[in-house]
Design a protein around this ligand. Sequence first.
Ligand code: AMP
Length: 518
Amino acid sequence: MHTRLITSVPDLQSYVREWRARGRSLALVPTMGALHEGQQSLILRAKQQCDAVLVSIFVNPTQFNSGEDFANYPRDLQKDADALRALNVDGVFAPSQEDLYPPGFNTFVEPGKLATPLEGATRPGHFRGVTTIVLKLFNLVQPDVAYFGQKDFQQAQIIRRMVEDLNLNVRLVICPIVREADGLALSSRNALLSREARQAATVLHRCLRRGETLVQAGEVQAKNLLKAMQEVVGQEPLVALDYLALVDPLQLEPVERVSAGTVALIAARVGPVRLIDNLIFGPPGASPDLLLQLAFSARPVIDAGARIPGMEIEALCRRIETCRDCAAMSSVMIPPREFLAKYLKRDYPDLNRVRVMVIGRDSPMHPDHYLYQHPDSPTRFGTALFALLGVQHFQDFKKAFVLTDALRCHVQSEHVPPKALTNCARHLREELKQFPNLHTVVILGEDAYQQFHRDLLERKGDEIKPLEEILKPQGWAEEDVPFPLLPTGTLHVIYCYHPTMGYKHSPSTAAALTPLVP
Ligand code: AMP
């Protein structure tokens, strides 16, 4: 596959249209070029998680507050493009300044108080430039996921805030800092350091590590930690400290006591070059990803193996929505988009994690009682379902299970025209295909059982035993069935009575599911 170099906004728009039409998930990695292994780590993670990766290279003038710094920023598009080709990224967007800031450009995104301290204090207007360019890129690319580095911690928090505040439909992944062997965080600006300055620059990391060592030895008073850390910087004559702060990771306000997730942020001038670095405090031995999770409480997707719901989900939603049969049936009993559009994309950022799908109806009779509409006060159905599966709360349910509707309709099978059922079965098959590690389905109740056998397993009438009969011995039954459309090729199926449809005893399937529930 070859890497496409895109240099204008219209070309980018047509590229994005092409990708989206293919229904694949799209990752954006914004950079200012002069690529090193730090940015490359973001790209590698994006490649693991999404179908296509677009890297933008743009030295954004509005985030520089010194013309000299902007002019001196290292640029080498040719070298970057070669590196990105070697990484096999799908697209590189390298626009000109006029492309993104044409004459008359006059609208900016104003970040709030997160942008005031630290970098914001030394570089007024910097984050306004960052949020503006990032929003422009989000709008142009419409990525499913965008990747940023912990290296620019304050930037990552400000962008997270913007995504929440402006209801942007993008997930963020924050990746750990990549360092040289001697601890110096990789940065495009490192290329500007003289030999002596390069040596001295390691003091930023040494200072942070000093803090970490003290915290792990039990010191939590910010004042004592700062004093000890400043002493480390003070030993390096070539380095002038700009700031050193221990802050709450979400508000970026100084803390008095350090706790898990507190961040140490440092900025210093090493000769003419200004460098930044940071460290998240956490339990000894915590992985970089766990530390990020501690610092970013609204969980970004940071599991490198995650499979992100892509456009295929949206495309499937649209197909279901426009299917006359599904629409006709589901308007009677269940809103068809509810499962896929509203819940799946939002609640299951990693489709690999779904091992168990519960197929049955989402509520007793009345739409007002749908489980998902009242997660905090489960109806009789919810309570019985949780008991059946061995979970306590809706949140636990959501972590392990996806609840979908059998063929999106629960009218008695005789009333459903065969063509309509075939259509619905096709949609459910497509839905199942979204989960690469789906291992088990739990089928609730007689209707769902019938439809599953007939329309998904394609069994003939005389091969379908009455549900009552197979459940008699123990109240539930299991079988492994060939299911070629799943990557695993087989599906473990557990049949149960519907927990609210008049059956008093649906014994718990928790034992059968336990090995699958993470
Ligand atoms: P830049 O090109 O410097 O704007 O960086 C592009 C992205 O790469 C930003 O999200 C940075 O936070 C991230 N990044 C820069 N340096 C590193 C590093 N050493 N480790 C991990 N990510 C980095």
